[in-house]
Design a protein around this ligand. Structure first.
Ligand SMILES: Nc1ncnc2c1ncn2[C@@H]1O[C@H](COP(=O)(O)OP(=O)(O)OP(=O)(O)O)[C@@H](O)[C@H]1O
Length: 549
């Protein structure tokens, strides 16, 4: 009987390429030349380190099904620890550190973990927030920590080097991944081994991941995926919880020194990189595949990369999905330019491609804010009609942990099948392409007319002075468009704003003649989500606009 444990993926890599590099980290820069001095773990070394940690975990009482909070920075240790937890069948809990203490503690409380594995600072944080951590009995620190009851994982050692992955079934719980909390409190998504295994297979196949590639992942969990797929991964020199604040020069140095050919990051990160590359006439010559994920990508970013920054033949992939179902569809940058850009720029929304697998069932249902108890074909909409995107298939998660209310609102039962409601609006076109139109709870309804954020903002974003824009309701009869300008002068001068507003009106009238919006506001630094720094927090902007007007 085969073993569905994800740690088996690492064991397979050891069989195939034991002495090849698996995880690479910048150790320091040479003082004279500035060249990077790197350290790494081979697949075998990573396997041995995770075996050591697994044995320590098992001996301390962490066992199959134990939920374990991980509070460790991205890097080789995070990979080794996660594989170690998989080996003993424990359930690692991943929470975005960037969400701030209040939201983080809310997630910790929901997860009801039995153990923590973290940096010493995590245990100091725990001391001041005991209640949320109730139930945590086993504490492992990555380094010495003077707090009573916290053991040092770095000081353990065992004779036996190999700790085998325990037997897991496809239906066993593999991990708990919290959403980014962009639309309310973050929810703990239950991942089974089956979902992880399917994701790995489909990403490897569709993005043609090869052992000869070199990955650089701006989203830490993807580094783990890379290793599982046999692709070495280099850790970027940045705070991965703030992708939009990365220093492009440091990133480029690593990409060049390590010949990065594959990279996964948020559109906000790739925008910062594009600005720098264009200003300095820099090309990403080693890259063959850029993956941008987390929010819609405007056609212009594809244009910039494909025309000015990437080498001939390199490709951009934009997967669409959510923590609860990922990756659902995928769109190539070259396809955006040849097929959908013009339509996006005319107000049709953002094309996110076709379902990535024939095993997925993706449909559009009537918009509703209520729970849908049971599936019925009556709620399914026709091509061209905008509704909520739902899916059912091997990547569809079935529940949120410890959150039956959230589960009820997001899932629809259909015999043996479970549908996940994405909370996103979209439609299928006649050719079977899915078009994303914005998030359901950010939709604007004015006098029974549905206004979709992504459709309208895509048009306004074409204006030369608009960095991004957000459509928000002001009251039942009026909406406003808030603009984050790309030049500060616009924020300071009322006269300039008047001229710009007239241009916005003209642009919208030309592309969307039926749209009746005449309120425009300007605001610097839009609030964005904590994970990708890319999703606009329109709820906060709505509150701001309502006060402002
Ligand atoms: N390619 C894409 N194009 C447009 N939007 C995307 C794309 N990929 C992801 N998204 C957006 O990201 C959402 C998923 O985000 P994620 O799973 O990080 O958590 P979240 O839904 O933001 O968190 P929460 O549910 O806590 O608010 C999708 O529902 C969609 O709105």
């Amino acid at each position: 009987m085969s073993n569905a444990n994800i740690a088996c993926r690492l064991e397979e890599q050891v069989d195939q390429q034991a002495h090849k590099r698996a995880v690479i980290e910048l150790h320091k820069r040479d003082e004279n030349s500035g060249g990077g001095i790197y350290k790494h773990l081979t697949f075998l070394q990573l396997e041995e380190l995770s075996s050591k940690y697994a044995r320590a975990f098992a001996e301390s009482g962490i066992t199959k099904g134990s939920r374990v909070l991980l509070g460790v920075k991205p890097g080789a240790d995070l990979c080794a620890l996660t594989f170690a937890l998989f080996k003993v069948g424990a359930v690692p809990v991943f929470i975005d550190p960037g969400m701030g203490p209040k939201h983080l503690l809310n997630c910790v409380e929901q997860a009801k973990a039995e153990a923590i594995v973290g940096l010493p600072a995590v245990f100091v944080f725990k001391l001041f927030n005991c209640k949320a951590f109730e139930g945590v009995k086993i504490k492992w620190s990555l380094g010495f920590c003077p707090i009573i009851g916290v053991k040092n994982l770095k000081s353990v050692s065992f004779q036996e080097k190999f700790y085998p992955a325990c037997q897991m079934e496809q239906s066993d719980v593999a991990a708990l991944l919290f959403t980014s909390g962009s639309t309310g409190p973050a929810k703990g998504v239950v991942y089974t081994c089956k979902i992880f295994n399917f994701q790995l297979d489909i990403i490897k196949e569709q993005y043609e991941v090869a052992t000869t590639d070199m990955d650089m992942s701006v989203f830490p969990l993807f580094a783990l995926f890379a290793v599982c797929m046999g692709m070495p991964t280099v850790i970027p020199d940045m705070d991965t919880s703030k992708p939009a604040a990365a220093d492009p020069e440091k990133i480029l140095q690593i990409m060049e020194e390590q010949d990065v050919s594959f990279s996964f990051g948020s559109p906000a990160f790739w925008k910062v990189m594009a600005d720098y590359c264009e200003e300095n006439n820099h090309k990403l010559n080693s890259v063959r595949c850029l993956v941008m994920a987390g929010c819609s990508v405007e056609p212009d970013l594809h244009r910039r990369y494909l025309n000015n920054i990437l080498k001939e033949g390199a490709e951009i992939y934009v997967p669409y999905g959510a923590t609860e179902s990922l990756p659902l569809t995928s769109m190539k940058g070259s396809e955006v330019l040849s097929f959908s850009a013009e339509r996006s720029e005319a107000g049709d929304g953002t094309c996110v491609g076709k379902p990535m697998s024939g095993e997925y069932d993706v449909k559009i249902i009537k918009i509703s804010d209520d729970a849908v108890e049971e599936w019925s074909n009556d709620i399914v909409l026709k091509p061209g009609e905008v509704g909520e995107i739902v899916n059912s298939g091997p990547i569809t998660t079935h529940e949120y942990y410890n959150n039956s209310k959230g589960t009820k609102k997001s899932k629809i039962y259909d015999g043996d099948k479970i549908w996940h409601r994405m909370g996103d609006l979209g439609y299928f076109d006649e050719q079977g392409y899915l078009w994303f139109c914005g998030r359901k709870n950010e939709r604007v309804e004015i006098e029974q007319e549905l206004l979709c954020t992504d459709k309208i903002e895509n048009v306004l974003n074409l204006h030369k002075n608009v960095k991004r824009s957000a459509l928000v309701p002001l009251n039942e009869k009026e909406a406003a468009l808030i603009v984050e300008p790309n030049c500060e002068k616009l924020l300071e001068s009322q006269d300039r704003q008047k001229v710009a507003i007239q241009e916005f009106v003209d642009l919208l009238k030309q592309k969307l003649p039926n749209l009746k919006i005449d309120k425009f506001l300007f605001k610097a630094d839009f609030p964005v989500d904590v994970r990708h720094n890319a999703k606009i927090k329109r709820d906060l902007l709505r509150e701001w606009a309502q006060k402002e007007i």
